[in-house]
Design a protein around this ligand. Sequence first.
Ligand code: NAD
Length: 269
Amino acid sequence: MNTNPRLKGQSALVTGANSGIGKAVAIAMGNEGANVVVNYVTHPETAQAVVDEIKSNGVNAIALAADVSKEDQVVAMFQAMYKEFGTIDILVNNAGLQKDSAFENMSLADWQLVIDVNLTGQFLCAREATREFLRRGVVPERSIAAGKIICMSSVHEVIPWGGHVNYATSKGGIMLLMKSMAQELAPKKIRVNSIGPGAIQTPINHTAWETPEALKSLLTLIPYNRIGQPEDIGKVAVWLASDESDYITGTTIFADGGMTLYPGFSTNG
Ligand code: NAD
């Protein structure tokens, strides 16, 4: 039982919250007193399981289906959220996917899908949340800010990634989407930040950790010498959403065990 919940009475929407990082973020926000929308696009039963776990902590939670790359579905999801919770205080733009291939073989469809979900999906959800933050303004009993947006980026917003150019491009785009929104919206008391996870043990990257050989090779990229867990990201997301980080906007926090420290150079390159 959390006796000092940092997000008490706030309403959060987490996209792609029925798996991996999004699931951990949704549960962490519920543990801090937030009511949570668990967005999903497939597997409603896993979204319902996340809802049930959050509700067992005494807050409200609902599962809402929407493909974040589809404008009409995103608008409908936010309307459904307002019907249930009245408003939104925290958006976590987490939904994302990979469609990897050698550059010369990458189809336009796989390029477009990754950009549509990972980048345009973040734009569409952030725009809906911003409209509500601006309409409603600051509610001092809940938070110093009018709203908080957290974008799930990646170490690949700064580390180039051959074989994954669509994905790395989407994350590089998120960096300037986040910073430009943060610059424009700061005077309106809306904070926008990103989290840049390194290697986190989820289904999206299972080939990188599911055999001992793959894990050993992965760890050569991580100075802290362990793979990240979804809960590592949940903790950062809660802090970024809380008033403890009130003076922080326009920043990416890398939660990567040092992956962005170029460990290949640690012994003279
Ligand atoms: P995951 O595959 O477990 O979760 C991705 C979630 O996004 C799933 O719930 C999936 O259904 C959802 N999703 C996919 N397309 C969607 C759509 N069109 N609309 C709504 N939801 C959709 O993977 P994860 O590792 O938890 O990834 C979450 C986020 O973290 C992604 O943005 C990913 O790029 C980012 N990330 C992950 C890692 C890692 O190492 N796992 C590292 C850096 C960044």
